[in-house]
Design a protein around this ligand. Structure first.
Ligand SMILES: [Zn+2]
Length: 330
């Protein structure tokens, strides 16, 4: 099936046919065309055309399974076409898409759309198992930033808590600049042009250094600013620092690529996604990283396919999305 160059409107028409949805999911999940039982791995399953399900020949629970079984879509009552369209929209929009837009476009409630987006972001999560940098002096930019903190957009309870925290800080301690904000740490590999970013509990030396030691190959070249948290990196890396007070960039020694990522992210978060709670921040970071890391040398269709090929094997339960147990499924 060729969906190259398809517009959103054409995608809506194409994927409104449930057989097209199933065929497309099969292509992404089982590229060699052999459907495998997600429970036991048997490959000789039979197709039940009326139910659009397969049946495994072994006797076990979930003997009958659909294209959604074993994916982030599994326990959702929403149909596959809605999931596919929402995935299409999120993987191809340039600056993020709001739950309101998804709700209008595919005909679900805003609340359902919000949960769908959180799950699709999980599928966008990039494989972070490869270390960055390289022993031959591969260069990595490292920097931290702060997200959130505009109290006018916050939930009431969080706003109250932050105002209480602020009232307890003596005025002479000029720490209010970061109060209520969540620190995030980023690393950008200059060779692969890939960024990694995650929320961190604080920006203390041991926190940031643990991330660096776990994420960057020893002997790599690391560029940071002059924050004291980075002052012992020389033991394991070639470490050079940027002096932000200095107006001249010294050759390759800068963190401009990562700063570009921060500014794109903040523009999206303050525009499309107002008031992101720290609890959900990593999901948004996953989405921003996907967009940044796949923005070049990929077509809309390739981005969409990449996300859909990653929906299997990742599970996010309702309780994990919301932190709440026992609410109605969406
Ligand atoms: Zn089976």
């Amino acid at each position: 099936m060729d969906i190259k160059g398809m517009t959103l409107q054409q995608a809506i028409v194409h994927f409104s046919d449930p057989d097209n949805c199933v065929a497309y999911m099969v292509e992404q999940r089982w590229p060699d065309g052999v459907v495998v039982c997600p429970t036991c791995g048997r490959k000789d399953v039979s197709w039940l055309a009326n139910q659009r399900k397969w049946q495994c020949k072994s006797k076990h629970t979930k003997r009958q399974f659909s294209a959604k079984t074993g994916t982030i879509f599994e326990d959702s009552p929403l149909s596959l076409d809605k999931w596919i369209l929402a995935t299409w929209m999120l993987s191809n929009c340039k600056n993020g898409v709001s739950s309101y837009e998804i709700a209008r476009s595919i005909g679900v409630t805003q609340k359902s759309a919000w949960f769908m987006l959180q799950r699709i972001r999980l599928a966008m999560k990039e494989d972070a198992s490869d270390l960055l940098g390289g022993p031959e002096g591969g260069a990595v930019e490292v920097d931290e930033s702060y997200i959130g903190g505009k109290t006018k957009n916050m939930h009431y309870s969080r706003k109250m808590r932050i105002q209480k925290e602020l009232s307890q800080i003596p005025a002479w301690k000029n720490t209010t600049r970061y109060a209520g904000k969540t620190p995030v740490m980023g690393m950008f590999d200059r060779d692969s042009r890939q960024v990694r970013a995650k929320a961190v509990p604080n920006t203390k030396r041991e926190t940031l250094q643990a991330e660096i030691l776990n994420g960057i190959i020893f002997g790599s070249r690391i560029y940071t600013d002059q924050a004291v948290a980075y002052d012992t990196l020389k033991a394991n890396y070639v470490h050079e620092t940027v002096n932000h007070a200095d107006e001249y960039v010294r050759g390759q020694v800068h963190t401009n690529c990562l700063e570009n990522f921060w500014s794109l992210m903040k523009r999206n978060l303050s525009g499309t996604y107002v008031a992101v709670e720290p609890f959900h921040l990593d999901r948004y970071l996953d989405e921003q990283m996907f967009r940044f890391n796949n923005r070049q040398n990929k077509t809309d269709e390739q981005r969409f396919k990449k996300v859909l090929s990653q929906v299997a094997g990742k599970r996010l339960t309702y309780a994990e999305v919301t932190g709440k147990v026992g609410e109605t499924k969406f």
